[in-house]
Design a protein around this ligand. Structure first.
Ligand code: NDP
Ligand SMILES: CC(C)CCC[C@@H](C)[C@H]1CC[C@H]2C3=C(CC[C@]12C)[C@@]1(C)CCC(=O)[C@@H](C)[C@@H]1CC3
Length: 319
């Protein structure tokens, strides 16, 4: 919506797993921008086969991609640690606790049909595979393109382990996957800037969406809204509405790739008085670690492709 308000001649492609919701989003966009070009594409970013098929479809439909917004993300079965919340409330760490949710949330992950951890597959690997598949459209001579990751201030180095990059053994797969996306963005810049591809990371702040309604019921969030407006005075990270949360996505659209800081996370912020702005903050990233992650993802990609070929040939011989 905000991009079309900026430039109504844009060609948008909404890549979604639920086509009914996608159609509803398209209709809403066409109501406010009747002449807009909005196409739909089926994509389940948590499924290797779906990513490969969707990328193939993009390559037949378009000759180049200027912006790729990697926004899909999940936080399955979140649990709030109430004790930690009250402890944190009376500690010196209280502002940081509200800004990042650090130490308050755990999730239960599971293995998907590709044999990958679902949160890792959805929040990181599917997007990575999509970029790899779309490289011919993203990396073109004389043309610069942009990849924008919706990360989170919940991303934390200590939640991530290189020996367990899928977070099979921990209880914070969300934080781990978001930290991995921050590192991957840094590595992508190192490898792809020379080919015209620029990657950035944003955090929308705490926004009321299906994700947050999975943490606490919507009526509870509505009930504590006055408290949240109060908290906003101290953190500015409680953006609360999707419009405010999209501030950094919108800002990056207007900024030239050369002016972006590859090691910064761009935060959507809303002041106590309701003013929206974007602020870059340095990420806690080690270049060497990001390089190792990049290599491990390339290895996993090879492995996953090999398995898919075997699975498909098995299907053909049987059926
Ligand atoms: N809300 C918040 O406070 C914060 C959110 N974020 C991040 O913002 C992003 C958007 O989340 P938000 O809008 O809050 O949450 P929602 O759950 O409302 O939206 C998530 C979106 O991702 C889509 N999605 C999830 N899994 C897949 C998949 N496998 N394939 C394709 N699409 C998929 C969902 O599709 P469907 O409609 O089919 O479910 C939905 O459109 C996420 O990356 C999240 O981590 C970051 C910081 C804070
Ligand atoms: C009275 C209080 C407002 C009660 C809410 C307490 C917690 C449930 C929230 C406090 C900070 C929140 C938060 C997130 C989830 C809900 C809280 C822990 C996130 C982790 C949600 C997803 C993200 O990506 C982060 C940016 C959020 C950070 C703050």
């Amino acid at each position: 919506e905000r991009l079309l308000t900026e430039d109504s001649t844009l060609h948008l492609c909404l890549a979604c797993r639920n086509m009914q919701r996608a159609e509803a989003a398209r209709s809403a966009l066409l109501t406010s921008h009747p002449d807009a070009h909005v196409q739909l594409l089926h994509l389940d970013v948590g499924s290797v086969q779906s990513v490969l098929s969707a990328a193939q479809e993009v390559k037949t439909r378009y000759s180049k991609v200027d912006f790729l917004y990697l926004n899909a993300g999940i936080m399955p079965n979140p649990q709030v640690d109430i004790n930690a919340f009250f402890k944190g409330l009376f500690s010196r760490n209280v502002v940081n606790m509200f800004a990042t949710g650090e130490g308050l949330l755990t999730q239960q992950d599971r293995i998907n049909s590709d044999g990958l951890q679902e949160v890792f597959a959805t929040n990181l690997f599917g997007h990575f595979l999509l970029i790899r598949e779309l490289e011919p459209l993203l990396c073109q001579a004389g043309h610069s393109s942009r990849v924008v990751w919706t990360s989170s201030s919940n991303a934390r180095r200590s939640a991530f382990s290189m020996e367990d990059m899928q977070h099979r053994n921990g209880t914070e797969p969300y934080s781990s996957s978001k930290y991995a996306s921050d590192m991957l963005s840094v590595a992508l810049n190192r490898h792809k800037n020379s080919q015209g591809l620029f990657s950035s990371v944003i955090c929308p702040g705490l926004v009321m969406t299906n994700l947050t309604y999975g943490i606490l019921p919507s009526f509870f969030w509505t009930l504590i809204m006055p408290i949240m407006w109060l908290v906003r005075i101290f953190t500015n990270t409680f953006t609360l509405t999707p419009y405010n949360g999209a501030e950094a996505l919108h800002r990056l659209f207007l900024q030239s790739p050369e002016s972006l800081d590859p090691r910064a996370k761009y935060h959507s912020l809303t002041s106590g008085l309701g003013t929206n702005y974007t602020q870059p903050r340095q990420m806690d990233i080690d270049e060497e670690m990001s390089e190792v992650l990049y290599s491990k993802l390339i290895e996993l990609e090879k492995d996953v492709r090999r398995k898919l070929v075997m699975k498909n040939s098995d299907k053909n011989t049987r059926g």
